[in-house]
Write a protein that binds this ligand. Structure first.
Ligand code: ADP
Ligand code: MG
Length: 350
């Protein structure tokens, strides 16, 4: 049957005086999913999360958890737990005591507290560190303690606001995988806020892209990457090359007259202003067998280990096109700055 909805956000608005932080968002978040709220700084992600936790009251709209309107329920009585970016561990207490604290406050029996804390210490790989104090831990380990402390209370939904924002790149990438493994293992719904599109793509089962307090698109990472709803989403998620022009029957006529074959969005009349878009990894050097072609000149070459990124100046757009060649392709076809090339790509990728 259909996956149950845990969290229903129904046309939620939040205004601060005349400023609108959240401008009417509706979302259904499913049981056991890793859901990401993604958008640039200031788009309302934290405000939305704080309303789910109960720290802010919506100006309009409803929030339902397991079908129940939680408007009258205070934060500490909601079946959700918000994990803050600053972990706020008790410095004088051991890892074990930090994790047990919330359960003690709930008045659970000693034996049950011990069993649950032991289990979560195992799950989070913290058992060997159980007797240490926070100052004796690394940043990543402290983060795991904060997570364990939130998870041990078994919330229906765990809310995380930029949980990896304070970590350096290597550790952040390791924690992305770790957090995803943990979510899968504990089977709790996670709602994570991030401004990092790559992080959302890597971690989320589904994600919502927000801008200026509005929802632009909600779908799985693959669908959002391959079928972005609009130019903003296409540009924000990954890298996209654009060519402005006018809609034609089977694609678009670029400003320089080049016919670009591709899908014409439904509802766009021929002649209307339109934009064609193609991802850097879909462009090839050489147009043999390609539906689309554009002549250009290589302006810059950047080596990234796994791939080679070229900036190719064409007549299609004021910005150079970004072309991403795999290391293999670059080995077969060496390139140099100043070289004249032809780019080819298929209509299906446009
Ligand atoms: P994000 O987390 O996506 O960066 P926020 O939810 O923090 O964005 O903020 C969204 C908008 O609401 C911003 O313009 C911010 O300045 C404004 N805002 C957030 N909290 C308050 C507040 N308590 N009072 C006034 N304006 C606020
Ligand atoms: Mg924020």
């Amino acid at each position: 049957g259909p996956v149950p909805i845990v969290l229903s956000i129904d046309n939620v608005v939040k205004r601060y005086g005349s400023a609108t932080a959240v401008a009417g968002i509706s979302l259904d978040i499913r049981e056991n999913e890793f859901f990401a709220l993604l958008g640039p700084s200031g788009c309302g992600k934290t405000t939305l999360l704080r309303m789910l936790a109960g720290f802010e009251t919506p100006t309009a709209g409803r929030i339902l958890i397991d079908g129940v309107d939680v408007a009258p329920v205070p934060p500490n009585r909601r079946p959700v737990n918000l994990m803050f970016q600053s972990y706020a561990l008790f410095p004088h207490m051991s890892v074990r005591a930090n994790i047990a604290y919330g359960l003690e406050m709930e008045g659970l029996k000693r034996a049950e507290i011990k069993a649950r804390v032991d289990a979560i210490l195992e799950t989070t790989h913290l058992a060997p560190l159980a007797d240490r104090r926070p100052e004796q831990l690394s940043g990543g380990q402290r983060q795991r303690v904060a997570l364990a402390r939130a998870l041990v209370k078994r919330p229906r939904v765990l809310l995380l606001d930029e949980p990896l924002g304070a970590l350096d790149k290597k550790l952040r990438e390791a924690m992305q995988i770790e957090l995803k493994r943990l979510q899968h293992e504990v089977g709790i719904t996670f709602v994570m806020v991030t401004h990092d599109q790559e992080e959302a793509l890597v971690m989320a089962d589904r994600m919502a892209v927000l801008k200026d307090g509005r929802l632009l698109q909600c779908d799985g990472p693959h669908a959002i990457y391959e079928q972005p709803a609009d130019r903003f989403v296409a540009d924000f998620i990954g890298v996209m090359n654009f060519a402005d022009g006018t809609a034609a029957v089977d694609g678009l006529t670029a400003k320089d007259g080049t016919a670009i074959r591709g899908e014409r969005p439904a509802g766009l009349a021929p002649g209307a202003a339109a934009v064609a878009a193609v991802r850097p990894e879909r462009l090839k050097l050489g147009a043999e067998g390609a539906d689309n072609r554009a002549a250009g000149r290589i302006e810059a070459v950047a080596y990234h280990g796994l791939d080679l990124q070229l900036h190719v100046r064409t007549a299609l757009s004021p910005k150079p096109f970004l072309v991403r060649l795999t290391a293999d392709a670059a080995d077969r076809r060496p390139v140099a700055i100043g070289e004249d090339v032809v780019l080819g790509w298929s209509a299906a990728d446009t």
